[in-house]
Design a protein around this ligand. Sequence first.
Ligand code: ZN
Length: 486
Amino acid sequence: MNHPLSRLVPRILLASLLYCLPCTLALAESQLEFEEAETEAADDENVEDIESSKPLRKNIDNARKISHPDQAEASEDPEPSSKTTKIAPHIDLKELAPPPGVQSFSPETEASETTEPEPEPEPKSKTTTETTPEAPHDEGTATVFDDQAASAESADEPNIDPTEEVAGAITLLGTEIMPGTSTRLSWSSGMQIAGLSQSTPVLVVNGSKPGPTLCLTGAVHGDELNGIEIVRRTLYDLDPEMLAGQVIGVPIVNLQGFQQGSRYLSDRRDLNRHFPGNPTGNLADRIAYSLFNEIISHCTMLVDIHTGSLKRTNLPQLRADMNIAEVRTFVKGFDRMAVVHSSGTTGMLRTAALDAGIVAVSMESGESLRIQEKQIKAGVNSLNSLMEKQNMISRLFVWGKPEPIHYDSYWIRAEHAGILFSKKKLGDRVIKGQVLGVVTDPITNASHAIHARDTGRIIGMAVDQVVMAGFAAYHIGAETEIPDEE
Ligand SMILES: [Zn+2]
């Protein structure tokens, strides 16, 4: 069938491309808006986003690359606190910390008013050219200096040991963190009533050697607790002297949701649909904007840690857009983690990070509202392997058997309401037609089995519970060979 319109459309597009570039852009934009509206309805990362994921491209070599915005673009949104900075006291993250005072790193904050926990001596100076890097600093003094002058100085600074590369200080949340030190900062989006403002900890380890900046975020959904512990253990186990690059960890991003045991913000919005945010938008937009600009924009790599939602549990796995070459390389660094291709949804932290040139994946491990030791260990292990692979640490990591990459996955929904009893476990391999679980109506006693549609592996599933018809019960990763690429 060759409808006349089908011949006409490419010509119109070509003509508009040649004669009316703005029209073409407007057309593309309206298409984008349409797609956004379509995906906005999704409120469950585990199910609808997987179902709406764009498939893997046939010709993987032509896959798109992450566009890295250049410095000029990146500096369009200057940090609100870039005018004055103070030097962070070195804090051994393994030691007990006093409860932090409420801090806000808004532009109004006076650097000298810091209520940082007890500082330890000698944050190594790099900004003072007159002294060697080992020179002790004034204990606990919040040194205020001009940011631009400092960066100019560090650029000109001669290397002490020409054979060894020297790491630089980093500035985060209005604070200068010296190389070879770790510290605990705090971030607040500043959206609360003055005096009721609560900040969430930001753990920073700035290695003594140069390297990439890895960011770890937990509890973007406030009820997903495993990630909080994964971030804490990973960060607290790092020795800044032995680290190349920086690791920035935000264990509890959605503090509001965390306090209420809720996935959502206090306005019932899903924060993970509002990145990179908007300073003049709704509450979620503004919180997302603050996090993204204050912290995420400093990262070169991001792992956003989640769990299953709504009484579903996930096998430790990465959600990754395998259409992007850098992401395909990045996921090879994660030991014993299945990889599930998912193109992501507009507004997700990982999607926004990718758009900003940051290599990003989501990590899923276990279920919400629980602390699960096995899943936490899996996450920490995999992040350690990643840092080893990125040459950030050297611990002679012992790699396990590679996990498969699932380029395609699908959810099987319950067709009947009742009580679900699973016959299979997370990680089980299943073949077409096999019974995954049985839903029994407690009133009529009628039982209905749920069958596997295809061969695959259970990478996510509902825990035994009362289900309604349509409840997504089993997430099956299509059986995929481990690809030999590059
Ligand atoms: Zn989540």
